[in-house]
Write a protein that binds this ligand. Structure first.
Ligand code: CTP
Ligand code: MG
Length: 231
């Protein structure tokens, strides 16, 4: 029962504002993309990885990966949804598919292993989550508050998100919407999405502040390969 991980890494990183696409920004001498792929391999739960990169970088990334047989490189599209769709086309006959943002470069391998274990235990869709610490408000177009959801009912969602491959393919074929989160497409099919415990280290590097945090965490742990997780 093969497990394929898709790694969307084709974004431009506009909010980060570096001069290379975000997945190619280095943390402690390794790109975020390389760290994300290492984490997947270190989990011991993944058979193959499909990385999805900006079209102009496909040749360079293929050359960097050399002869790694467990990784294939495909070109992404303009929205994250387009990139995941391109990755799915390269996933072959996977039984389970994980989708894991390159930007969550410090995700502990244990989180990845937990997602796969929950799929093997019978869930069709699995997402790692953490409690929300800020109170969240909904607002209207003018900034007036329209509601305050009960904080204890809310979770912040991370990756990797894991799916029965046939269900994720159906979500992408039938729903066809743009979403920031793959599970949202699967939810629209009426499939139950199961949460499992995420980890603070699986945060997404989005802004310059996040980059400072990621680099500080790595500096505090030497090479960064043995960052202690926040479980
Ligand atoms: N991604 C992708 N293809 C896109 C857009 C995003 O593969 N067209 C990937 C990013 O490379 C990242 C992940 O999806 O690993 C999460 O997206 P996000 O954090 O929004 O990254 P960017 O789109 O690069 O950043 P920004 O929105 O600030 O430009
Ligand atoms: Mg984006």
């Amino acid at each position: 029962m093969s497990v394929v991980a898709l790694v969307p890494a084709a974004g431009r990183g506009v909010r980060l504002g570096e001069d290379v696409p975000k997945a190619f920004v280095e943390l402690g001498g390794r790109t975020m993309l390389a760290r994300a792929v290492d984490g997947l391999r270190d989990s011991g739960a993944i058979d193959r990885v499909v990385v999805i990169v900006p079209p102009e970088m496909v040749a360079e990334v293929r050359a960097d990966l050399g002869s790694a047989e467990d990784v294939v490189v495909v070109a992404g599209g303009s929205e994250r949804t387009d990139s995941v769709r391109a990755g799915l086309a390269g996933a072959g006959d996977a039984r389970f598919v994980l989708v894991h943002d390159a930007a969550r470069a410090l995700t502990p391998p244990s989180v990845i292993a937990r997602v796969v274990a929950q799929l093997r235990a019978g869930s069709s869709a699995v997402i790692p989550v953490v409690p929300v610490t800020d109170t969240i408000k909904s607002v209207d177009a003018f900034g007036a508050v329209t509601g305050t959801p009960q904080r204890s009912d809310l979770r912040a969602v991370q990756t990797p998100q894991g799916f029965d491959a046939a269900i994720l393919r159906r979500a992408y074929d039938e729903v066809g919407a743009v979403a920031t989160d793959d599970a949202a497409l699967v939810e629209r099919l009426g499939v139950t999405v199961q949460t499992i415990e995420g980890d603070a280290l699986a945060f997404k590097v989005t802004t310059p502040h996040d980059l400072v945090l990621a680099r500080a965490l790595l500096n505090g742990s030497g090479s960064g390969r043995e960052l202690s997780s926040c479980e």
